[in-house]
Design a protein around this ligand. Structure first.
Ligand code: ADP
Length: 297
């Protein structure tokens, strides 16, 4: 019950500081420079004779912006995530994050996927602290400043409604709680960019909406830039400042839709006609893109 209470207070996020942060973030984000720049990028898996996953892909995400990417299955959304984080390098085009060309894996990125993949033999707190053991400069500081980092991890747990659960093993947590811990792990090293690939896809509808509240509030407070890949159009419209719709493979951006609802956004927004009109608009664009889907092979 304690957890539920914490969740609902996070979810409503009524405090003045959070409101102020949200206004600053969305407005400052629009005036600021692009944090992620993808220009004319083409990537084929398996060389020239292989599968072209994205072609002439161009998009940019502003600093502090919450961007969502939607599109038909197989259109290259996960490829876009891998390209942006430097896990794959394109054949042509340019990708830059925070003004620096991406040439290999980036450590200013936090990532979370559908499967929380917490290590079962580590307690939740130790799972969350894992990136600190790897990412510089924390890896070098960790041993000497352990107490400071533990306090940071515990503060993250509090923020996502998991205060007091740090000593539990992942298998002692529900799916929603594991995904909360996963978000903490992605953010513990305070990355400038958070990449989310269907992070709520395996959760039931209520838990998913609770997690929307968690990520909404984290974004509001911490002011990182987010790229969210999702199949869920309601999720995209509820969370994002801008939604990018991709074409069928090879993926390109075919629609960029600004979402102007003021923040913080209450969940009731998702039941309004203005909200549903945007969801329908995106759905139609994806139906068009799906109709163009090439046969596999
Ligand atoms: P999405 O995330 O939108 O479903 P992906 O980025 O995973 O799409 O994949 C885009 C296309 O590239 C798909 O046709 C997929 O089969 C192909 N693909 C993805 N990864 C590989 C790979 N490692 N080797 C060969 N083809 C791949």
């Amino acid at each position: 019950m304690t957890l539920l209470h914490t969740e609902s207070s996070l979810y409503q996020s009524n405090d003045a500081t959070a409101k102020l942060a949200s206004v600053d973030l969305s407005r400052a984000g629009q005036a600021a420079t692009d944090f992620v720049e993808i220009s004319d990028v083409t990537l084929s898996y398996g060389g020239d004779e292989g599968v072209t996953a994205v072609e002439d892909l161009t998009m940019s995400v502003r600093k502090g912006e919450f961007a969502a990417v939607v599109g038909p299955s197989g259109c290259g959304k996960s490829t876009l995530m891998k390209l942006t984080t430097g896990l794959v390098i394109p054949q042509t085009g340019r990708i830059a994050v925070d003004g620096t060309a991406v040439k290999g894996p980036l450590d200013i990125v936090g990532m979370a996927f559908q499967n929380p993949s917490l290590l079962p033999w580590r307690r939740t707190l130790d799972n969350i602290m894992l990136p600190l053991e790897i990412v510089s400069p924390h890896a070098q500081r960790l041993r000497k400043h352990k107490a400071e980092y533990v306090a940071r991890a515990e503060a993250m747990l509090d923020l996502v409604g998991l205060g007091g659960f740090g000593s539990k093993y992942p298998w002692q947590l529900s799916g929603g709680m594991q995904q909360r811990a996963n978000l903490c792990r992605a953010l513990i090293h305070e990355p400038g960019l958070l990449m989310l690939d269907e992070p709520f896809g395996a959760l039931d509808a209520f838990t998913r909406e609770e997690l929307w509240g968690v990520i909404r509030d984290l974004h509001q407070r911490k002011k990182f830039t987010v790229v969210l890949v999702t199949h869920d159009l309601r999720e995209a419209v509820y969370l994002a400042d801008r939604v990018f719709v991709m074409s069928a493979r090879p993926g390109r951006v075919v629609l960029e839709r600004e979402i102007g609802f003021e923040r913080p956004r209450p969940i009731d927004l998702t039941y309004t006609s203005e909200f549903n009109d945007i969801v329908h608009e995106l759905r139609e664009k994806i139906a068009e893109a799906r109709a163009d889907t090439p046969p596999i092979g």
